[in-house]
Design a protein around this ligand. Structure first.
Ligand SMILES: Nc1nc2c(ncn2[C@@H]2O[C@H](COP(=O)(O)OP(=O)(O)OP(=O)(O)O)[C@@H](O)[C@H]2O)c(=O)[nH]1
Ligand SMILES: [Mg+2]
Length: 175
């Protein structure tokens, strides 16, 4: 069984916990096998890390970790960055005041690891959501870098994000 460790990071209230809870539902096998008894009870704001195990098929298990938005990002790094296979950097499409922090997280991921990552704007379903071209400019993202939108409560949308990252990871390690 291959296990992949994926870290979800992003500013405070970006939708990380909701994303991870929704992701639990994408497992190929029945819910009982995907359930993780250690997972956090839903809280208003995460004080520890979120964690879910997701069985993709008989050969692949994802370990999905969420970094608490209120904790200092640097402090958590030594614990999680070691053997991560990929990163999902989530930010809220409707909260431009968090864009500077989002950019810093992208820079930190690039500086600390060579693992693949994707940048994902949440609240895609909201009226105030920024358009992709404007987001690219605001976050100073190159055209090559993948920028996706996601509604974190929507399982299809969350699945698309995870599959995109899996393609990136498989390309890197097997391509
Ligand atoms: N409708 C909708 N709501 C969202 C979306 N993203 C975030 N939210 C809402 O934003 C709030 C925060 O979501 P959480 O999943 O707790 O965010 P978080 O990043 O884990 O927050 P912290 O742990 O405090 O950093 C919740 O009320 C979510 O329902 C989205 O894509 N669509
Ligand atoms: Mg949280």
């Amino acid at each position: 069984m291959k296990t992949l460790k994926i870290i979800v990071v992003g500013p405070y209230q970006a939708g990380k916990s909701t994303f991870i809870k929704t992701a639990k539902g994408i497992g190929a096998v029945d819910g009982a096998n995907n359930a993780n008894n250690d997972s956090d009870v839903k809280q208003l704001s995460t004080v520890a890390t979120d964690f879910e195990k997701i069985l993709i098929d008989q050969d692949m298990m994802l370990y999905l970790f969420g970094m608490a938005g209120q904790q200092r990002f640097d402090f958590m790094w030594d614990l999680i960055e070691d053997n991560a296979h990929g990163f999902i950097i989530l930010f809220d499409n409707t909260r431009p005041e968090t864009f500077v922090e989002t950019r810093k997280m992208i820079d930190l991921v690039c500086a600390k690891t060579h693992a693949p990552y994707i940048v994902v704007g949440t609240s895609d379903d909201a009226d105030l959501a920024w358009q992709p071209d404007d987001l690219r400019k605001a976050l100073n993202l190159s055209q090559q870098l993948k920028l996706l939108n996601c509604s974190v409560e929507d399982i299809t949308s969350v699945k698309k994000v995870i599959l995109e990252l899996l393609y990136e990871i498989l390309n890197k390690y097997e391509g």
